[in-house]
Design a protein around this ligand. Structure first.
Ligand SMILES: NC(=O)c1ccc[n+]([C@@H]2O[C@H](COP(=O)([O-])OP(=O)(O)OC[C@H]3O[C@@H](n4cnc5c(N)ncnc54)[C@H](OP(=O)(O)O)[C@@H]3O)[C@@H](O)[C@H]2O)c1
Length: 430
């Protein structure tokens, strides 16, 4: 059987998983592809580091040229992570006429359009199934199986770390810091969790999904981002009383030739599928004009699920090479659609305030909201603290404009009777 060589860049969580699959299931996979998959070189930073697997002698290298200038590596698999040098290596591989598989959402989110053009010019594959949703087949379906659709919206839980933390806070009433420490102890959260808990990882993934679903680049600074660090256990209690769960959602919508893209915690009605996605699981709901709503659900990270996606991409390329077929799966982008600013959003809001516990306070707040055409759906007064003379008020609004809501918050904060605007959370209707 003919052979096709693979240069693997990175031997960490994902790289080790991919190498393990190639070494252990190589024969069966080669039969599937009709061509032998041969792992030729593996790029690492530190060749002396202990690894969870033993590789055949002589595969490890610290020199990228051993892969990029090597005619025996027509497929490059980039699983190093980070923007650089990954972007440069991917670009060099494509320029050299090599096929590329990557799991790198940051590179695709920031440089996707340029790299897609390059792959098309050189008639090679650039596949990135593992970049969003780990092992969940999502990129392929968006590029292939849903192509007949005009994709109207994406609503996704695409960060397992934050979903694990939010699930612990919701189910067991633990506070944010306890849930984070536990996630770190279990290996779900990094020692520096900023990228996950501040929503940065989800923003990269939403940008990748928008490229495929709406066929437009969405500049990262134009994606509204809010993390989960300001959520408190009591927000989850109130959410439950009101019939909701709190999830970190990545939301993309196409409306009248514009796109809206935002990542923030949201109230999600408890009976919906998204509300039931717990722990480290991911779920991505895609709404197409023809297909309606489809939901993809599964494990969004970890060596085994992620290597499932990476190795499938390798198999797609190997089969196509074997068949001497031209790559089919390029991403053809439209001209950039304008991104609608957040203040144009119309949605319901949950507002938690700490106020002086005396008559007339609610009337002052209602007056400000009313003047800005924000109507109140319900009010609950909670947790009075007689020693401090304060009380907590929870307000649910009817749909209102974000711009008006932000203006109202500015005015409410200045009321002498308001001690604190404790939280504002957007409600994502069904
Ligand atoms: N972890 C997941 O579950 C998961 C899921 C989906 C997607 N991804 C994506 O997959 C990629 C890899 O993630 P990971 O968790 O596997 O990362 P990781 O565990 O940190 O591994 C990174 C690997 O790349 C090597 N590396 C990093 N920079 C290098 C450089 N400049 N030159 C040579 N080698 C370099 C490291 O070498 P040393 O070992 O010598 O340090 C290490 O083997 C990222 O883009 C990530 O977003 C990860």
């Amino acid at each position: 059987m003919a052979e096709i060589g693979i240069g693997l860049m990175g031997l960490g969580v994902v790289g080790s998983g991919v190498a393990q699959v190639l070494l252990q299931k190589g024969t069966a996979l080669s039969q599937q592809a009709g061509i032998t998959l041969a792992l030729r070189r593996v790029l690492v930073r530190n060749p002396h580091k202990p690894r969870p697997l033993s590789l055949p002698e002589g595969l490890l290298t610290t020199n990228p040229d051993d892969l990029l200038n090597n005619p025996q590596c027509p497929i490059i698999v980039e699983v190093m992570g980070g923007e650089e040098p990954a972007t440069t290596y991917i670009r060099r591989a494509l320029e050299a006429g090599k096929h590329v598989v990557t799991a790198n959402k940051e590179v695709i989110a920031k440089h996707g359009p340029h790299l897609f053009r390059l792959a098309q010019q050189r008639q090679v594959y650039l596949l990135f199934e593992a970049s969003v949703g780990g092992g969940i087949p999502l990129i392929g379906p968006l590029q292939r199986d849903l192509l007949a659709n005009d994709i109207l919206s994406i609503r996704a839980i695409i960060n397992g770390t934050t979903n694990y933390i939010l699930t612990r806070m919701a189910r067991d009433g633990v506070d944010y810091h306890t849930a984070l420490q536990e996630a770190q102890a279990k290996g779900y959260a990094e020692p520096d969790p900023t990228n996950d808990v501040e929503g940065i990882d989800a923003v990269y993934k939403l940008a990748v999904l928008a490229l495929l679903a709406f066929r437009t680049p969405v500049p990262l600074p134009q994606i509204y981002r809010e993390g989960i660090t300001h959520l408190q256990a009591k927000d989850f209690r109130y959410a439950h009383e009101l019939g909701y769960e709190i999830k970190l959602l990545a939301i993309g919508r196409k409306e009248n030739g514009t796109v809206q893209a935002r990542v923030h915690p949201a109230f999600v009605p408890s009976h919906t599928l998204l509300a039931k996605v717990d722990g480290a699981y991911n779920a991505i709901e895609v709404q197409g004009d023809l297909v309606g709503r489809v939901v993809f659900h599964g494990l969004g990270a970890g060596p085994a699920p992620t290597s499932s996606a990476v190795v499938n991409d390798i198999l797609t390329i190997a089969r196509s090479v074997k068949a001497q077929a031209r790559p089919l799966s390029w991403v053809n982008l439209h001209t950039a659609l304008p991104v609608r600013p957040l203040h144009d959003l119309t949605t319901q809001y949950y507002l938690r305030l700490n106020v002086a516990d005396r008559p007339g306070v609610l009337a002052q707040i209602a007056h400000i909201l009313g003047d800005l055409s924000i109507s109140i759906a319900s009010v609950i007064q909670k947790d009075a603290d007689p020693s401090a003379g304060t009380a907590e008020i929870v307000i649910m609004t009817h749909p209102a404009r974000e711009g008006a809501m932000q203006e109202a918050l500015g005015l409410i904060r200045r009321l002498p009777v308001v001690r604190e605007v404790s939280n504002l959370i957007r409600v994502e209707a069904e």
